[in-house]
Unconditional design. Structure first.
Length: 278
């Protein structure tokens, strides 16, 4: 089949399956299938309008039409300047988290020598790796899920990152750790009854990484009260949360005697993170 025909059919199929980014995803899938970049695909199709696509591409498109996440099909997900291995059992990192990480990176880059950072609920290791590759920080990461931690360990190894990975409950782990200059977390914060509409999230992201109890704040409450054990005086705590949760989280932090509590908007202007000083 001609590549142009394959792309057109893929786009139609993906759009019919309710995928809003059908054009871009059809190009990504075909590039992946051919083992080339999207730019190279465009160049080849321009230079050779008769470029052919072999059998198997349609099967890949059909799998995406069942709403298996694109990142699961590719086996990777981008995050800032890095490429992460992802798959079933680990949360797929989101673009909005890249902005949250910037808060941490800006703070760490103001500190001398080798500051220390702790990522609680590291999942694929996205936040920990971004900090390790963009600062001089010595990074530790905690993850309660052994399945997710396996992805983090592989990603750390693939990027030769010297990150200490701890598997277990963060509250129990904090008792045995030194204090850090920065603690950051993207915890589960969706209320249990607010099941996501998108099948990619609802059916494929691990519930442990999504749901935070009746009001979505169970883990955040534990963080607000417990993270001080892991932070030096004057250290920074950075927390991602859902749209609409900033007021109650700021109150939680103030009740636990955090200082300089600030809210941070995402690129669309929604308040999606808070920071506070110990």
């Amino acid at each position: 089949m001609l590549a142009s025909t394959a792309l057109a059919e893929a786009q139609d199929s993906l759009a019919s399956a309710g995928i809003t980014s059908a054009k871009a995803e059809s190009e990504i899938l075909l590039s992946y299938f051919l083992g080339i970049s999207r730019g190279e695909l465009a160049g080849r199709m321009f230079l050779n309008p008769d470029l052919l696509v072999g059998e198997g591409f349609g099967d890949l498109v059909e799998r995406r039409c069942t709403r298996i996440p694109l990142q699961h099909l590719l086996g990777t997900a981008p995050f800032r300047s890095i490429e992460l291995k992802v798959g079933p059992g680990v949360f797929i990192p989101r673009p909005e988290t890249e902005q949250v990480v910037q808060i941490a990176i800006d703070f760490l880059n103001l500190l001398p020598a080798e500051p220390t950072a702790l990522d609680i609920g590291t999942g694929s290791g996205a936040i920990a790796l971004a900090i390790a590759t963009e600062t001089n920080a010595i990074v530790t990461a905690i993850e309660i899920s052994e399945e997710a931690a396996a992805f983090a360990a592989e990603n750390f190894a693939n990027l030769n990152a010297n990150i200490t990975l701890i598997i277990g409950n963060f509250l129990e782990s904090l008792e045995d750790l030194p204090t850090f200059d920065l603690v950051i977390s993207n915890p589960p914060y969706i209320p249990n009854n607010m099941v996501p509409i998108d099948p990619e999230v609802r059916d494929h992201d691990p519930g442990l990484a999504l749901y935070g109890g009746e009001d979505g704040l169970d883990v955040i409450r534990d963080l607000a009260s417990g993270v001080k054990l892991a932070l030096r005086e004057g250290g920074l705590f950075v927390l991602e949360h859902a749209d609409g949760q900033s007021d109650v989280i700021c109150e939680l932090l103030l009740e636990n005697n955090w200082r300089s509590v600030q809210v941070h908007p995402d690129p669309t202007g929604r308040l999606r993170a808070v920071s506070a000083i110990r």
